[in-house]
Design a protein around this ligand. Structure first.
Ligand code: G3P
Ligand code: CA
Length: 280
């Protein structure tokens, strides 16, 4: 009788251990994508925000691309410089030299005094080349072609720089809201891994046909997280696609999405996501 209870207790311990380790291993595999760098802590799309993202256990450097009047790819989310510099105007109406005169950090200190730092004052808008030169070829990059319709040739220039700096294509991810932009990259270089960004306005639903269509050219989906539900997450992930919702900055939602099965998360606070992922 005693031997039987020992066996039962032993089985329970083994089962519990597998459950805990399994969950911990799963959580550890979640890609931590610092959104525009650690943009909750530092001015977005600057070298310092990317460096902070690395320090805070981020797995990628996420760069939104815009293009200057003289054809230079720069890191910036908006088509204009007004929100994230002390300048004004459209990126495609400015030369790189004019862009480099702008202060891309002081706005952050004014807007987020709780995260302000003297080192942010006067930081410059980086070019994609400078990002590659700073972090090297083996860093994991997550690069978005922003408004590609505004910048004909953006995809060709992106791949030129990827090849010039011998960026590791096994870990590079290129993302876009534009399927056309992603498909044009696929045609230029089929080895590049692509992520289709999506923006839902209500409860997220996706059909088998939509999944199959995306699987034709992409390895994953990056939807806004607000309208995601467990069914959606399970359907996308069980289809074999990666699922990287954006932009998740709240601990409880991070946990919920990880429990539902997402395979990565864009966050302004990579330090927070790291703490959620750690073995509990
Ligand atoms: O690239 C994922 C996410 O950043 C897309 O939204 O507008 O922040 O670039 P946005
Ligand atoms: Ca982005």
């Amino acid at each position: 009788m005693k031997a039987k209870w020992v066996l039962v207790v032993r089985a329970l311990i083994i089962g519990l251990t597998i459950l805990v380790l399994g969950e911990a291993v799963l959580a550890k595999d979640i890609a931590n994508v610092p959104h525009r760098g650690a943009s909750g802590h530092a001015p977005e799309h600057t070298i310092v925000s990317y460096q902070l993202g690395e320090k805070m256990h981020g797995d990628y450097i996420e760069v939104d691309l815009q293009m200057t009047k003289d054809g230079q790819l720069i890191a910036m989310h908006d088509c204009t410089v007004d929100r994230t510099t002390n300048g004004t105007g459209f990126v495609n109406e400015m030369t790189l030299a004019e862009m480099k005169e702008l202060d891309a950090g002081s706005w952050f200190n004014e807007q987020y005094p709780q995260y302000a730092s003297p080192e942010y004052k006067g930081v410059r808008v980086p070019t994609l080349e400078e990002v590659f030169q700073t972090f090297g070829k083996n860093k994991r990059y997550y690069i978005e072609t922003k408004s590609p319709e505004v910048y004909p040739g953006m995809e060709t220039e992106l791949l030129r720089l990827v090849n010039k700096y011998k960026i590791n294509k096994d870990t590079l991810l290129v993302e876009s809201f534009s399927p056309e932009s992603l498909i044009s990259i696929k045609k230029l270089d089929s080895s590049i891994k692509l992520v289709q960004l999506l923006k839902y306005q209500s409860n997220a639903v996706i059909t088998d046909e939509e999944i199959d269509e995306i699987k034709d050219y992409a390895i994953g989906i990056g939807p806004n997280h607000h309208y995601l539900n467990e069914d959606y997450v399970q359907k996308v992930v069980s289809s074999g696609l990666e699922l990287h919702p954006y932009t998740v900055n709240e601990k409880g939602r991070m946990k919920q999405l990880i429990n539902w099965g997402v395979t990565g998360i864009f966050t302004n606070f990579p330090d927070l996501l790291h703490s959620v992922k750690k073995v509990r």
